[in-house]
Design a protein around this ligand. Structure first.
Ligand SMILES: C[C@@](CO)(OP(=O)(O)O)[C@H](O)COP(=O)(O)OP(=O)(O)OC[C@H]1O[C@@H](n2ccc(N)nc2=O)[C@H](O)[C@@H]1O
Ligand SMILES: Nc1ncnc2c1ncn2[C@@H]1O[C@H](COP(=O)(O)OP(=O)(O)O)[C@@H](O)[C@H]1O
Length: 300
């Protein structure tokens, strides 16, 4: 018996970051938008826990117990007093270490898939609690759509979205470590008064209206200076996308993926084509959002 779950990537249309907390995390106002780039996680009953992965970035994905999908299976099994003996196969299309929450997607996907395979009867609230233990971004991967994340990003408020937003993503030739980007943020703000992170009314209204021009004017990412400091050539990618007609350009989360908002699919295709030949990125993808959260597609 096996179960397959499809899980989306995300882009952060606002990422407001507060000062480092005593536990090392940062309070956030994190406005997530799920976009239609997906990983597929299949779990099959097996005699031991093992992970395999296929896809263009598969060689960068850990296959041991540090894999978030393996950790999700272990966490659910521990809670229900059983062994996590499943083969987890990840068909990976979300860039690895790209600021698009690929590992988080696999964690949420494996959790939902194991839950369905084992018939635990866990409530949505219980699954979200396990997600939050696995990582700050994991709860959002489960719910998808659009949401405001507060605390370290794990406390979610679902947001209304009044239309479809068309995005182009430029993938870089190497990843960036999320903790390293937060550390660089701390270094850059040292000695300054970091304001409490607050959700932007303009961002929320633009999402609710489905208005790409208004969203383009309102997006922000407090981690962008840190990502650019660690990966200066990303500035060239942002410039190339803006010159190609994107309404706005920003780093996705902790990067290094850069995100470009377009007015419609035709404009997105044009921006994508220009970026593809610009020599400023490894490859380019287009995707629209909001996309649904983790969804069981086949199984049992
Ligand atoms: C920055 C964001 C924006 O959505 O994602 P990415 O762009 O990397 O995908 C997230 O905050 C990443 O979430 P996630 O990748 O789940 O992070 P976690 O596993 O919880 O934490 C990894 C490390 O990131 C830092 N961290 C994470 C979240 C947070 N609110 N404050 C932090 O300082 C800490 O150094 C922590 O040890
Ligand atoms: N299932 C997984 N897929 C990808 N990376 C994973 C996974 N599980 C753990 N990781 C680790 O998490 C790191 C961050 O990867 P990822 O979640 O793709 O990026 P980001 O945090 O930038 O969104 C990777 O470098 C890898 O070591």
């Amino acid at each position: 018996m096996s179960v397959t779950v499809r899980v989306p990537a995300k882009v952060n249309v606002q990422l407001a970051v507060g000062a480092a907390r005593p536990d090392g995390y940062h309070d956030l106002a994190n406005v997530f938008l799920a976009v239609g780039l997906y990983d597929e996680v299949t779990v099959t009953e097996s005699d031991e826990l093992r992970v395999t992965c296929e896809g263009p970035d598969a060689d960068q994905v850990p296959l041991d117990r540090t894999n978030l999908a393996a950790r999700a299976a272990e966490a659910l099994a521990a809670r229900y007093g059983r062994t996590p003996d499943v083969h987890i196969h990840i068909a990976k299309d979300i860039p690895v270490a790209g600021g698009m929450a690929g590992g988080s997607a696999d964690g949420a996907g494996a959790l939902l898939a194991c839950d369905a395979l084992w018939g635990t009867g866990a409530s949505r609230a219980e699954l979200l609690e396990i997600c939050a233990e696995l990582g700050s971004d994991v709860p959002f991967s489960l719910i998808g759509g659009a949401a405001l994340g507060t605390g370290r990003g794990e406390q979610l408020t679902v947001l209304d979205v009044g239309g479809t937003f068309h995005w182009v993503f430029a993938l870089a030739d190497r990843g960036l470590s999320t903790p390293a980007v937060f550390r660089e943020f701390d270094r850059l703000v040292e000695g300054t008064d970091v304001p409490e992170p607050v959700a932007s009314r303009d961002v929320l209204q633009a999402l609710a209206k489905g208005d790409p021009d208004a969203l383009a004017a309102a997006v922000s990412n407090d981690l962008q200076p840190a990502a650019l400091s660690l990966f200066p050539t990303l500035a060239d990618t942002l410039t190339a996308g803006r010159a190609a007609g994107a309404l706005t350009a920003l780093v996705s989360g902790s990067g290094p993926t850069t995100a470009f908002l377009a007015r419609d699919p035709e404009s997105a295709a044009k921006v994508a084509e220009t970026l593809r030949t610009s020599g400023t990125c490894r490859t380019v993808r287009t995707a629209s959002g909001p996309a649904p959260g983790a969804t069981v597609t086949t199984g049992r």
